[in-house]
Design a protein around this ligand. Structure first.
Ligand SMILES: [Zn+2]
Length: 624
């Protein structure tokens, strides 16, 4: 009953090869301009210096009609929208013709190498250094090979539609397992992809993996296959129990959309490295996810959030696909107007599914709601830019690295929680009308996901208008909260669920939320925020507060003691150092605007049967 991509029988492999050939024939027929049938790309990956994090990779091009080709490393990766210069980690680039004779390699850009004088065949070889195992980069060492393809593989733009094979020659002896969404050829550690887009979307993990497999009947009664390929220290029974929890989440996610997608190779793989030797990250792909959690594996519910989020992406972003990301451009950052939906709505559901599946208590879910409401109502970014505008910033902030300071704390709010906060608002609003966000997501799936018709922001508004049968409601919601950044009144809607939204620190004096380095004084180590007393008094990042209200302060405890003696509206002096010069200013104290969501029960109020019904419809399991 159980089968996964890694272990097909010979008969199945032959059948797949036939299907593959048919598909490739179709692709070839459509692409006469840039891909000639018979052309193919083959990668050989070996590990002659694995203890020093190196792989030697050879890329061979067969039947190339071109006399010159450009081999390049990517500058972005599926699911990552900022630029990442993968070209920095390759060296010793050489090229050969069919007879093994050296060919000249001309570096024409940091990450682009030109080979001229090609006569049908060329092989380019290079060394890859990889020591950052996460969802974006690559990590190679004597215990594990962890490859995100754009971080590892050179490619040829002129041949991006050509089919690809990749062969991993592993150090011997080993007892390693290979896990990937690539198709196996039947030969050990040799895989295929129909084209560059699929290949680049197919991370590969090789190491001591514990593989757990299961199958669930889909809506059409055909089984959907799943596997968990886990790199972790832990007993087999702990891994089995953990796989059971993931299964629970996948079933809860399916109920939102009504069905699992049809996975391209028949199965979906969770590539999960849960050990202290990886960097924290999770990355979605069409038929797999690369999850890296740098903690000891204990099988606990605390590890599940990233699984829930990434699996929701198999619908939302992988198949319900923004037009701006299709096809993905590996040469530059990929700007999208839709990440508030693709990532933000996924964040909302990632948390909601844990609540529905019983992994979070209602009190824990209230902490999530508190975070979302404060994101929407109390961040400077959400007060000045829309979710669409926040999405456009991904080209800079999505794990992008900069050495100079930015003013993001005053100009930007992450499209993850910002998008989740508008998803929450929409869900509550729809539920108050007798509708719900699950059915809206189903409608988006039917219109854009299942048929794989990429969408734009206006398409989502149209689906909302159709689903709610209320064009003006959809227009108003998008105008105010998606293209605009209006405040949302959560209070009456939370009340329907027996939840109360209130000030967390009512009546308490506040000077603004910043980070401090403690010492003789308090040095401000993050941007002061527009609208806060600190900002209004002229204090900024790197300024050192010496005295407040005439009293010396060197730590936040001392600061809080001084503030407790005052009320919002009071004016108190602040003495501070700016570039070594002592200055003074006036702080006009405000009330801390932070809000908190609590249950009626915890607020001493009684919950009505109507509230219980609302809660159940929203937060309880949908799995029958
Ligand atoms: Zn995501």
């Amino acid at each position: 009953m159980l089968e996964i991509t890694l272990k097909f029988s010979t008969a199945q492999t032959q059948k797949m090869n036939q299907v593959m050939k048919k598909l490739l024939g179709l692709v070839a027929a459509q692409l006469v301009c840039c891909y000639v049938s018979g052309q193919k790309i083959h990668y050989d990956v070996s590990f002659p210096n694995i203890v020093h994090h190196e792989a030697r990779i050879a890329v061979s091009v067969f039947d190339a009609p071109q006399k010159e080709l450009f081999f390049r490393m990517s500058r972005s990766s599926p699911g990552r929208y900022a630029t990442h210069e993968y070209g920095k980690n390759i060296y010793d680039v050489v090229a050969f013709d069919k007879s093994g004779k050296s060919m000249a390699v001309q570096r024409v850009d940091g990450d682009v190498y030109k080979i001229a004088g090609i006569n049908g065949f060329v092989k380019v070889e290079y060394t890859l250094y990889a020591n950052h195992a996460d969802g974006t980069y690559a990590g190679i060492d004597a215990s594990s090979v962890h490859l995100n393809m754009p971080a590892a593989f050179m490619w040829v733009k002129e041949l991006e539609k050509a089919p690809i094979t990749v062969a991993f020659k592993l150090p011997k002896p080993n007892s390693w397992t290979t896990a990937t969404q690539l198709k196996t050829t039947g030969e050990a550690n040799v895989f295929t992809a129909p084209d560059l887009q699929y290949f680049m979307d197919s991370p590969t993990k090789i190491g001591k993996l514990t593989v757990k497999e299961w199958s669930v009947p889909n809506a059409d009664n055909k089984p959907s296959q799943f596997s968990l390929a886990l790199e972790a220290n832990g007993s087999d029974s702990l891994a089995t129990a953990f796989a059971g929890k993931i299964k629970r989440i996948t079933e809860e996610a399916r109920m939102v959309f009504g069905e699992f997608p049809v996975f391209d190779n028949g199965s979906y793989t969770f590539l999960a490295s849960i050990n202290p030797y990886v960097k924290g990250d999770g990355m979605e792909h069409r038929n797999s996810t690369m999850i890296a959690l740098p903690v000891a594996f204990d099988g606990s519910d605390n590890l599940l959030g990233v699984f829930s989020h990434e699996f929701f992406h198999t619908w939302n972003v992988e198949r319900i696909r923004p037009k701006t990301l299709e096809p993905f451009n590996f040469e530059k950052s990929n700007m999208s107007f839709e990440l508030w939906f693709a990532e933000g709505f996924t964040q909302y559901y990632g948390e909601l599914l844990l609540e529905r599946a019983g992994f979070h208590s209602l009190e824990e879910y209230c902490q999530t709601l508190t975070f979302l409401v404060n994101t929407k109502e109390n961040t400077a970014g959400a007060k000045r830019i829309s979710p669409v505008q926040a999405s456009c910033q991904a080209v800079f902030v999505d794990a992008g690295v900069a050495v100079d300071k930015t003013n993001y704390p005053n100009t930007y709010t992450s499209y993850y929680p910002y998008g989740a906060s508008v998803a929450l608002a929409l869900d509550l609003d729809l539920r108050a009308k007798g509708l719900n966000l699950d059915d809206f997501m189903k409608a988006v799936w039917q219109k854009h996901g299942k048929p794989e018709v990429p969408y734009q922001v206006a398409d989502l508004q149209n689906v909302l208008a159709d689903y709610s049968k209320d064009k003006s409601f959809a227009k108003l919601y998008f105008d105010k909260y998606i293209h605009g950044h209006e405040s949302f009144n959560y209070t009456p809607l939370f009340a329907k669920a027996g939840l109360v939204l209130k000030k967390q620190s009512e009546g308490q004096a506040w000077i603004g939320d910043v980070r401090y380095n403690e010492g003789t004084g308090l040095t401000i180590s993050s941007n002061t925020i527009i609208g806060s007393p600190l900002y209004g008094a002229g204090l900024d990042i790197d300024d050192e507060i010496i005295k407040i209200d005439g009293q010396a302060v060197g730590n936040t405890g001392g600061l809080n003691t001084i503030l407790k003696a005052h009320k919002p509206g009071d004016h108190i002096t602040v003495d501070y150092k700016h570039r070594g010069e002592v200055k003074s200013g006036m702080l006009e104290l405000k009330e801390n605007p932070r809000m908190v969501v609590v249950t009626y029960e915890n607020d001493g109020r009684s919950v009505t049967p109507e509230m219980q019904t609302f809660r159940k419809a929203w937060l309880s399991s949908k799995v029958k």
